[in-house]
Design a protein around this ligand. Structure first.
Ligand SMILES: NC(=O)C1=CN([C@@H]2O[C@H](COP(=O)(O)OP(=O)(O)OC[C@H]3O[C@@H](n4cnc5c(N)ncnc54)[C@H](OP(=O)(O)O)[C@@H]3O)[C@@H](O)[C@H]2O)C=CC1
Ligand SMILES: O=C(O)C1=N[C@H](C(=O)O)C[C@H](O)C1
Length: 254
């Protein structure tokens, strides 16, 4: 952590700082002229380090088990939060909205994926969804990932399901009668999602659409965690100007 002097705009605390994403975020914040890495906290460290260091924004890349307590702690102290950790159900998002109602100046950005290409992949998939009767998602990740399917795949499935419902599409055709459990993947709002884990992968997703005589495949690949950093830094800079809860990076990109 090096002091950058009075010109530095935001003091940033990183939670999950010794993890794969946390380490990358610390590097990116440290390298940004307008940001100061104020605190780097991981499992077993005391969160008060963040408050003592006067961090104005916290970035959380921890675990689905830890993130809600961290977020509540930040909101209660008036600290803005940028959250990449997965596991955000509608119920969890509502809980965050409740906390923020008592702290109307605090901003929280929760994004299932900070990769610009991944955000576009989700937007393209949502746009294509109404034109195809069949759709399946295949996500591929490194084998140390704790959750399946990925937050990105879950979010994509929900966007596609909403677009299908709006277009009046029913369930995708599927005659399967005998199934080995799991062979057809997870069912997220009626969209089948398949999760692959293999050494060598980072984060990848394909959305496969089908209709009579044609298919459309939309694919995104993150080969390096550096791919998430422009999105994370954008959110860090924007979150103080956006009170309340922002879900997804889309609004910030526009
Ligand atoms: N939104 C996005 O763009 C992206 C999101 N992710 C998500 O980010 C999360 C982290 O991923 P990744 O970095 O690969 O995971 P890692 O397991 O590498 O890192 C998580 C870190 O958080 C630590 N941790 C656990 N509990 C706490 C706590 N209460 N306070 C502080 N630190 C804690 C872990 O410690 P320990 O190992 O000791 O438990 C670990 O060092 C996942 O949910 C992943 O899906 C990942 C990439 C991109
Ligand atoms: O754990 C990961 O690595 C990733 N997690 C996020 C997710 O679950 O969607 C984002 C990206 O896919 C990498």
């Amino acid at each position: 952590m090096r002091e950058k002097g009075p010109a530095a705009a935001a003091r940033v605390g990183v939670l999950g700082a010794r993890g794969r994403m946390g380490m990358e975020v610390c590097k990116a914040v440290d390298a940004a002229a307008d940001l100061e890495l104020a605190a780097a906290v991981d499992q077993g460290d005391d969160l008060t380090e963040v408050a003592d260091a006067r961090a104005g924004v916290v970035v959380d890349f921890t675990t689905p088990d830890a993130v809600m307590d961290n977020l509540r702690w930040c909101v209660e102290r008036g600290i803005h939060a940028v959250v990449g950790t997965t596991g955000f159900t509608e119920r969890r998002l509502d809980q965050v909205r409740d906390w923020l109602a008592d702290r109307p100046r605090v901003g929280v950005v929760v994004a299932p994926n900070f990769g610009i290409g991944a955000v576009l992949m989700m937007q393209f998939a949502a746009r294509a969804a109404r034109h195809f009767e069949s759709v399946e998602i295949v996500e591929q990740h490194h084998p140390r990932k704790l959750d399946a399917p990925s937050g990105t795949a879950t979010h994509t499935a929900r966007l596609i399901a909403a677009a299908r419902a709006e277009a009046g599409l029913g369930p995708a055709p599927d005659a399967t009668r005998d199934e080995v459990a799991g062979a057809r993947g997870a069912d997220i709002d009626g969209v089948r999602v398949h999760a692959v884990r293999a050494t060598g992968l980072v984060a990848h997703q394909e959305v496969l659409f089908g209709t009579t005589g044609e298919t459309l495949t939309i694919r995104h690949d993150s080969y390096d965690r550096a791919s998430f950093m422009p999105g994370v830094l954008l959110a860090v800079r924007e979150v103080p100007r956006r009170p309340g809860l922002t879900v997804g990076l889309d609004a910030l990109l526009d």
